[in-house]
Design a binder for this molecule. Sequence first.
Ligand code: FEO
Length: 457
Amino acid sequence: MARPNADVGHILMAVLVDGFGAFGYRTRLWQGGSLTEPSRVEILNRRLAVEAWGKGSRTVQNGIAIVKDVYWVGVNDRRTPLFEGIWPIPRGVSYNSYLIVDDKVALIDAVKDLSVNGYLKKLKHMVGPGRQIDYLVINHLEPDHSGAVPILKEMFPAMQVVGNKKTAEFVKDLYQIADMRIVQDGEEIDLGRRKLKFVLTPLVHWPETMMTYEPTDGILFSGDAFGGFGTLDGAIFDDEVDLSYYEDEILRYFSNIIGKYSPMVQKAIEKVAGLDIRIVASTHGPVWRSHPRHIVNYYDRWSRQETEPGVVVAFGSMYGATEKMADAVLRGLADGGLKAIRSHNVSTSHASYIIRDAWRYKGLILGSPTYDAGVFPLMDSLLRLLSEKRIANRVVGLFGSYGWSGGAMKGMKSFVEETKLELIGPTVEAKFAATPEQIEQCHALGRAMAERVRHSD
Ligand code: FEO
């Protein structure tokens, strides 16, 4: 039933004032392909069409129309403390799922099993009585998107599960589902008025990952790519949310989950560059209908390991000796004229946040006391994670302390050698407590790093 356009004034105002937020113009825009920034008139028309069409599609509980006949039917997770059992999500996360109602009904990705009740109710409402879901497209099989698959199969027995050859292998192992429709790269499925085209983008960040492209409205269902942490609190579109609130969480998601696979992200971006993309609909975080280029641009930049001129100082300290050295380093950075300085005590900052900041900034200064003749365990864990994430293109400084035997500095130097990062001096190592000369050296390290990163990319 058509809805009166009572909200036209409100919508128009929103279009005029939404602006670009913090995600705006700080970096160069991605230049690839034909990814379109829609005009404001186009955005307005799109919103009016969605508003006019209505059909109870205005609530998170019932699903929200992205364009006519295409709905966000995702769920928010505000209960899970650690994503993948590792990464804190105090602001939660959304599992985005999309429903296309055409001659055939297609569901693009599902949700985690913990949120399944509300999700199924929503689908039942949106699909309507007597209809089935014909296709479930699995762009990515990680259980945060596939946990609901077994119950969906029970609820819609005729539903065909669609994925690529790798998906078929994994879905059999994970859910004992053997009757899958396997699609090839570039293959299409006709839904009636709309088509779905499959683009295989392996290892972003699992081997089976792919994207699904809908050409009529230029929607790229991109799986985890272009996603971020943070629930969608009522607002789901990039032009509805406060992007400055989401930005850090998107980078944290990228650096924690996707960053290791940066070369594959680059390949994926290259691969979709020829498509006319007007909406980017990831499995996590906002739907980018007004500025899809911005999120692609950020992923492009981060996966190239491009950095901003700033420095992260991460240190461990048992009784304050190494922290005192960290303070001298930090003062050196400030005296060197640097403003983007982030300090993390590894005992109080989760590695997730340190990795995020390390991914953003050019400089990384590490300080560790010796513990059991080696690197302080929490620092050791951070170094291992940074190395596993294949962080590159950074400048590193080192300082630390020891008691009766060394070990921390040796371990940190091994990290620098393994990762082939650029080491900047002076390297400072103190026995029990730093002397005034060593404090001066720490300050000099900060100054040297500030000078170095201020003249970097
Ligand atoms: Fe959002 Fe890789 O699962």
